[in-house]
Design a protein around this ligand. Sequence first.
Ligand code: ZN
Length: 101
Amino acid sequence: MLKDIDKDKSIIYSTCDNCNKDIATSYDGKTDIAYLEEFSEYENFSLNHCDCGSMEVINLNLYYEEVDELFLSVNNLSEDEKSQRRVIKRLFEDLNFEKIG
Ligand SMILES: [Zn+2]
């Protein structure tokens, strides 16, 4: 689960959904997101593997509106989901891809 992002250091902080271990993933220099014609979507963003073998990926195909505060306030999302979307929104701001939303 996504916890936080440090945009100055280009690091995403998460915890493993399987064993709850804290994981830090650097995205320094990995900000160009490829568009996959075959699937008509952007590639997923993979976080570092946990020692237990579990790995989380971030779906980058959310529309920008779906991570916006207005969307978060009017839709019945869990607090965990909201906080994760806030991390994704801040990650979006650091990535180089043409928004589809
Ligand atoms: Zn784990």
